[in-house]
Write a protein that binds this ligand. Structure first.
Ligand code: ZN
Length: 669
C-alpha cells in the first residue's frame, strides 16, 4: 500500500509524455507543476497579429501573447555528460546535428529540433542549441542512479554546471536578459533506469547562479544512442514558451499526447497564432461571407463577447500531411479555450479542448481520443459528413456560462490545397468584401524625424515635433481632431502594428532593435517615445546606464484613421563622446537611478494580467482525493480489477462524483 500511495501522489504529476514520463522536480521534490517563481518569463509583448474579418486588408494590429513569445534567434544550452560505466554513445557533433542541422534524418527524424521550430513558426523562431561535452562524470552512472529520489541527478547537475563553467558563458542563455536562463538541457549517456529515481528524465530546478544569471530550470534527458525529437521539443515547449501539458486533448498538438517520436505533430494553431506565427482572424456572430484558407495559414477566432479576454472558439484548417502526417483526419479543427481555467486536467471544463465535429446532435462532447485510447480521430475534423457548425447542430457546445456562441458556418469543403466555408451560413458574398471600406486602398505616409538625445541618469527627455499639420492632411481630418479620432500604435520592425502601450500614456519603450519592450531597468527596454496626440509632439528619452555616446536607435510609431496610416520613423542619436552635452532638463532634486516619476514610464508600465493567467494555468491545484476512486487500465484500454502489480505501462484515472479529475500514465517495474 505504501508503494501504491507513492504512485498516486507521484504519478499525479506525470505528463502524458509517453515513456519518458518527465517529472517536474522542484527543490528536490516532485511537484504537480512549476511554482509561479519558476515559470519561464519571456517578453510577451511582441505577440499575436490580429486582423478583423470585416476588413482583412486592414494592417494587422498586435496583442500580447498569453505565453512567452520569443522571436528571432534564441539560444539554448545543451550539456553532455557520460560515465565510466556508460560511455557516450554518439559524438558531440552528432548531438549538435540532432538539435540544429537542417534536414537531420537519423533514425527517421523529420529534421532537427531547430528545423521543427523554424517550420511551425513560419521561420520566425530560430531556436539553436549550443552543445558542450562530453564531460566524464566523477562517479559511475550506477552511483547516481542508486541514490534516493532525485538526489543523484541534483549531484550530477551541480557537477555538470561546475565543470562547464570555465568554457560556457551561461549569461548567453538568458536570451531576454532578465537574469534567468530559458533553456538548459542536460543530456546523459545511456537510458533512464528507474522511474522517479536517480537520473530518470525530468525537468529540474536549481538555485545555481553563474556568470551573473540564475540557472533556474533545466531538463535532464537520456541518450540511449537512438535519435528522436519529440521529447526534446515537448520539454522545450514547457521551458521556452511556458506552454502547459495538454491533458485530455489528444494527438492534435505536440503539447498533448505523444503520437510519434520522430515526426511529432505541430504546435496547435491557436498557440501558433498566440505566438504571432500566424495571424488571428477575428470574426463576430454577425459576419457572413465565403472564407478560404490553406492549412495552418491563419486561426479564426470568435471571442465570447461577455468575456472577450478569457474565452473563445478558435478554428483553422489542419491537414494530415507533413508534420501533421500522424493525424487521422483533415478539415477544420475547432478548439474552445478559457484562460480562467487552470490547467488542463478536469474532464468537463478545460483551459483548451477540442470541439469534436462528430459530437453533432449530442448533448455532450466527451473527450474520446484520450487514454486509454489516445490519439486522433477523423471525426474530430469538420469536413465531409460534418461540414457545418451552429448552436442548434451542436447543443453540447456553449460558452462555459451556458449561453449560445452565435457561431454558424456551413459548406465546409476542401479543394486541393484550399479549405473554404460559409461564415454565417451565407456564401453569397466573398469574405471581407461586404465592407466597402476595405476596397479602398490603404495608404501609409512616412514621416522621418531625427533627434539627438543627451545621456541622462534620470530619464530626462527631449521633445520632438511630429508635424501635426502634415499628419492631419494625410489622414484627411482636421489637426484638432487627431487626438479623438486616430488609433495609436507602435510599428514593430516587421511593420506590424502593436496596440499595446508600454510607456507613459500613448507611449512605448523599445529595445535596441526597435521592438516594443516592457519597462525594465536592466533592458531590453532602452529608449522611449511618449506621444502627446493633442500637441502632436513626443518626449524621447532613454533608460539610465543602458546607452553610450555614439549609439543610434530607430523606433517607429503610427497613427491610423480609417484606411490611412502615418508612420513616424524616429532616429535617436546619442551624442558622441567627443561632444558631450549637458543634460538640458536635469533637475537637481531628482534622485539618480530612481527615475523621475514624471517621465520614467514606470508608473504606466502595463503589467499584463494575461501573463499572470498563463502562470496560473500552469499551476495545478493539489488534488483532493477524499471520496475519490481510482481505476487502472492496461494499454489496450481494459479496466483492471485492482492496482497493477506486473511490470508494464498503465493508465490511472482518478474519478470523483462520477467525473474524472485526473489521469496519468504509470509504469510498474
Ligand atoms: Zn509535458
Amino acid at each position: 500500500m505504501g508503494c501504491l500511495k507513492r504512485f498516486i501522489f507521484g504519478c499525479a504529476v506525470l505528463s502524458l509524455c509517453g515513456v519518458s514520463f518527465a517529472d517536474i522536480v522542484y527543490q528536490g521534490k516532485r511537484v504537480q507543476a512549476w511554482p509561479a517563481e519558476a515559470i519561464t518569463k519571456f517578453d510577451n509583448t511582441r505577440g499575436a497579429r490580429v486582423q478583423s474579418a470585416l476588413s482583412p486588408k486592414f494592417a494587422p494590429a498586435a496583442e500580447k501573447s498569453h505565453y512567452s513569445a520569443p522571436k528571432g534567434k534564441i539560444y539554448g544550452l545543451t550539456l553532455l555528460v557520460d560515465f565510466s560505466d556508460q560511455p557516450a554513445p554518439v559524438t558531440k557533433e552528432e548531438i549538435s546535428d540532432w538539435l540544429n542541422k537542417e534536414g537531420f534524418n537519423r533514425d527517421g527524424c523529420n529534421g532537427s529540433v531547430r528545423d521543427y521550430y523554424l517550420d511551425v513558426s513560419n521561420g520566425q523562431l530560430d531556436f539553436t542549441n549550443e552543445v558542450f561535452g562530453w564531460y566524464r562524470a566523477k562517479y559511475p552512472k550506477s552511483y547516481y542512479e542508486g541514490l534516493e529520489g532525485y538526489s543523484g541527478s541534483d549531484i550530477l547537475m551541480k557537477e555538470v554546471f561546475e565543470y562547464f563553467d570555465p568554457q560556457v558563458d551561461y549569461s548567453r542563455y538568458d536570451n531576454d536578459k532578465n537574469g534567468v536562463t530559458e533553456a538548459i538541457n542536460i543530456v546523459y549517456a545511456g537510458a533512464g533506469k528507474t522511474w522517479g529515481q536517480g537520473l530518470w528524465p525530468h525537468a529540474g530546478w536549481s538555485n545555481e547562479r553563474r556568470d551573473g544569471v540564475l540557472l533556474q530550470k533545466h531538463q535532464m534527458t537520456d541518450m540511449p544512442g537512438k535519435f528522436s525529437i519529440y521529447v526534446f521539443i515537448h520539454e522545450n515547449g514547457h521551458m521556452v514558451f511556458g506552454w502547459p501539458d495538454l491533458y485530455w486533448y489528444g494527438d492534435y498538438c505536440t503539447m498533448g499526447n505523444r503520437p510519434n517520436d520522430w515526426n511529432p505533430v505541430v504546435i496547435n494553431d491557436f498557440y501558433r497564432a498566440d505566438q504571432g506565427w500566424i495571424p488571428f482572424v477575428d470574426v463576430t456572430a454577425e459576419d457572413i461571407g465565403k472564407v478560404s484558407t490553406t492549412a495552418g495559414e491563419q486561426c479564426y477566432r470568435l471571442k465570447n463577447p461577455s468575456r472577450p479576454d478569457k474565452e473563445g472558439l478558435v478554428w483553422s484548417y489542419v491537414k494530415n500531411d507533413g508534420r501533421n502526417k500522424t493525424l487521422k483526419g483533415s478539415g477544420i479543427l475547432m478548439q474552445h479555450y478559457d484562460f480562467s481555467i487552470d490547467g488542463n486536467s478536469a474532464a468537463d471544463k478545460l483551459g483548451l479542448r477540442i470541439v469534436h465535429a462528430d459530437s453533432k446532435g449530442k448533448n455532450s462532447d466527451p473527450e474520446n481520443d484520450q487514454w486509454p485510447s489516445p490519439g486522433s480521430r477523423a471525426g474530430a475534423f469538420f469536413s465531409g459528413t460534418y461540414n457545418a457548425f451552429s448552436d442548434a447542430l451542436y447543443p453540447a457546445i456553449r460558452w462555459y456560462n451556458g449561453t449560445e456562441t452565435g457561431l454558424k458556418f456551413t459548406d465546409v469543403s476542401i479543394n486541393e490545397k484550399t479549405l473554404s466555408f460559409c461564415l454565417g451560413g451565407d456564401c453569397s458574398t466573398s469574405f471581407g468584401s461586404s465592407n466597402g471600406d476595405s476596397d479602398e486602398p490603404y495608404t501609409i505616409t512616412e514621416i522621418a524625424i531625427a533627434t539627438e538625445l543627451p545621456i541622462s541618469n534620470n530619464y530626462a527627455s527631449v521633445t520632438v515635433d511630429l508635424q501635426g499639420a502634415k499628419v492631419a492632411s494625410a489622414l484627411g481630418i482636421a489637426q484638432n481632431e487627431i487626438a479623438n479620432k486616430v488609433s495609436f500604435y507602435a510599428v514593430e520592425p516587421d511593420s506590424s502594428l502593436n496596440s499595446n502601450t508600454t510607456g507613459e500614456g500613448t507611449g512605448h519603450w523599445f529595445d535596441n532593435r526597435g521592438y516594443v519592450a516592457k519597462w525594465n531597468t536592466n533592458g531590453p527596454s532602452v529608449v522611449f517615445s511618449n506621444v502627446n496626440l493633442a500637441t502632436m509632439t513626443t518626449k524621447v528619452g532613454h533608460m539610465p546606464n543602458l546607452v553610450k555616446p555614439g549609439d543610434t536607435f530607430t523606433v517607429k510609431q503610427a497613427v491610423v484613421y480609417k484606411n490611412n496610416q502615418v508612420t513616424f520613423t524616429i532616429t535617436i542619436k546619442i551624442p558622441g563622446a567627443d561632444n558631450p552635452t549637458e543634460n538640458p532638463t536635469d533637475d537637481p532634486t531628482d534622485k539618480p537611478d530612481n527615475g523621475s516619476d514624471e517621465d520614467s514610464g514606470k508608473d504606466s508600465t502595463v503589467v499584463s494580467d494575461t501573463s499572470t493567467t498563463a502562470i496560473a494555468q500552469l499551476r495545478q491545484i493539489p488534488l483532493d482525493l477524499s471520496n475519490a476512486s481510482t481505476l487502472y487500465f492496461d494499454m489496450n484500454g481494459n479496466v483492471l480489477k485492482s492496482a497493477p502489480k506486473q511490470a508494464g505501462i498503465y493508465l490511472m484515472r482518478i474519478t470523483k462524483n462520477g467525473k474524472a479529475i485526473r489521469q496519468s500514465v504509470i509504469r510498474i517495474k
